[in-house]
Design a protein around this ligand. Structure first.
Ligand code: CNA
Length: 237
């Protein structure tokens, strides 16, 4: 049996799938992951993305943070790809419990998925740091410079920056989903960012699948490792 046939068999035999994903899920929608980002961005920005997207940098270089954020993190025209759509379909069929994602692009919801735990928040919500007023993505896209609320406060994206903690409820929901899954599919993530990557340790189910173009630290524990484009794998679902 080929690995792709084994993947299909696993999906067929699973009743409680959880998908744990990262930036590689959205590269086929035209959103670059950090690996490609790094080389590219070094040319224009003085710091790597992990530095610019940190809480300290946000506080100390707010204008530069927003220049980078608007140019490199917002992809309002990106559309869900085969992987996003297949996961939404599995949820509708009652086979998928939840998606736990490190992505902030909202493409799973755009594809129709309902139960999505966004560990690192979302670009679709923004909040005034002073009065708490909420703003959508359009507000961020519309302006330049530091986005400012009608009250004068800085409007910060609801995105978890490096050095910031993860939302408790989101974490709890993600842990509960992963620990009750019969199959965990890890896809499109380098599993290099903690604490998010550590959540896969809560998996107690029967089948672990890793789908990633490059090797990950979990490959050796997996029942099936597919080093292929995730969209191509999910086109079989
Ligand atoms: P990462 O560290 O950039 O790793 C992505 C992984 O995906 C790499 O190992 C690639 O080999 C793999 N990959 C890329 N394309 C494909 C593909 N088509 N099929 C299969 N595998 C592929 O990204 P992580 O998510 O692991 O890192 C965590 C950071 C990146 C999170 O905090 C994210 O918020 C952040 N990020 C998010 C987005 C987004 O929301 N779309 C984009 C860029 C970065």
């Amino acid at each position: 049996m080929t690995d792709l046939a084994r993947f299909q068999k696993i999906i067929e035999n699973s009743k409680k799938i959880v998908f744990f994903g990262g930036a590689g899920v959205s590269t086929e929608s035209g959103i670059p992951d950090f690996r490609s980002v790094d080389g590219l961005y070094h040319m224009k920005y003085r710091y790597p993305p992990e530095t610019i997207l940190s809480h300290t940098f946000f506080l100390n270089h707010t204008e530069e943070f927003f220049a980078f954020y608007r140019e490199k993190m917002l992809f309002p025209n990106a559309q869900p790809n085969v992987c996003h759509r297949a996961l939404a379909k599995l949820e509708r069929e009652g086979k998928l419990l939840a998606i736990v994602t490190q992505n902030i692009d909202g493409l799973h919801q755009k594809a129709g998925s309902k139960r999505v735990f966004e560990l690192h928040g979302t670009v679709h919500k923004n909040t005034c740091m002073k009065c708490g007023k909420r703003y959508g993505l359009d507000f961020m896209l519309g302006g330049t410079g530091v986005p400012t609320c009608s009250c004068g406060g800085v409007v910060k994206p609801d995105v978890v920056l490096y050095e910031e903690g993860l939302d408790e409820d989101t974490l709890e929901g993600a842990v509960r989903a992963i620990s009750s899954a019969d199959t965990l599919i890890i896809g499109g993530t380098s599993l290099a960012v903690y604490p998010a990557a550590g959540l896969v340790d809560y998996f107690r189910g029967e089948r672990l699948v890793v789908i990633n173009l490059s090797p990950t630290a979990r490959d050796k524990y997996a029942d099936l490792v597919l080093q292929e484009k995730i969209g191509e794998v999910f086109s079989l679902v």
